[in-house]
Design a protein around this ligand. Structure first.
Ligand SMILES: [Zn+2]
Length: 255
């Protein structure tokens, strides 16, 4: 059984003390494909180092996270552009709009989102979307960029059934993680109505650990817990969930 964690921050400071043991636990749990989103330029070097250590298992994205769209965002976008031109990535991400922490930079966040979607198209890459308290603002940009060359993953999807259908209509898979195991997560209530061909697994580690680790540090080995929850929701085996969601991740990332 091969599981795919489509979104994991392996370079996080939280893994500084036991990163190799954490990676081993992921491999032991069957998680052999780990996709790493970028946040800003300060993490790029660490991402390259982890990739070098696990070249068969770790695949990198490049992008500027909406929460990191600050005064210097044009420089940061230049960094993204330079990296994309210099080597291979599996996607542009994580990119999008986040109005949870700060609403004052909506215009800049939407500009950076759109700009990076256009970079993804230029390189034929998928996008990995971060959306928090900003469905309308994200959909507005996707609507303006929709087409066959726009595709990717709506990471940590937390919307309702209509928003799920809308995301799928823009060629997005739904990234499902720990929230699906939360009692008040809501997403489990309609997930069975969404065809499994639109679903990929993720942890977003070190954040959003699934039950029974909720509130503690998350890690990629917990992808298995998400797969088990989905197996219960869809009434299929964990092996089937692993096979379908891994294939979906290949269709998106091309790896
Ligand atoms: Zn993330």
């Amino acid at each position: 059984m091969i599981l795919t964690d489509t979104h994991t921050h392996l370079y996080s400071e939280e893994f500084a003390g036991d990163r190799n043991a954490m990676m081993q636990r992921a491999f032991n749990a069957g998680v052999r494909r780990l996709f790493v989103p970028s946040i800003d330029s300060s993490y790029t070097q660490q991402m390259y180092e982890i990739e070098k250590e696990y070249p068969d298992n770790v695949f990198l994205m490049m992008g500027l996270h909406p929460t990191y769209v600050k005064e210097n965002y044009k420089e940061e976008l230049e960094h993204v552009e330079k990296q994309l031109a210099s080597r291979k990535f599996c996607a542009v991400g994580e990119i999008g709009v986040d109005l949870y922490w700060d609403k004052t930079r909506l215009a800049e966040q939407q500009y950076a989102f759109k700009y990076q979607i256009q970079l993804a198209k230029k390189y034929g890459l998928a996008i990995n979307i971060h959306c928090r308290d900003a469905f309308n603002e994200v959909f507005e940009v996707l609507e303006s960029e929709k087409g066959d060359d726009l595709f990717g993953i709506f990471h940590c999807f937390t919307g309702d059934f209509e928003q799920a259908q809308k995301a799928i209509s823009y060629n997005m898979k739904l990234g499902i993680g720990g929230v699906a195991t939360f009692k008040n997560g809501k997403i489990d209530q309609f997930l069975a109505e969404i065809d499994l061909k639109n679903i990929v697994l993720e942890t977003d580690s070190p954040y959003l650990a699934p039950v029974p680790h909720r509130g503690k540090r998350n890690e990629s080995s917990f992808t298995l817990l998400v797969a088990e929850k989905l197996a219960a929701i869809y009434g299929v085996t964990v092996e089937e969930i692993a096979a379908i969601t891994t294939q979906n991740s290949k269709d998106i990332y091309g790896i």
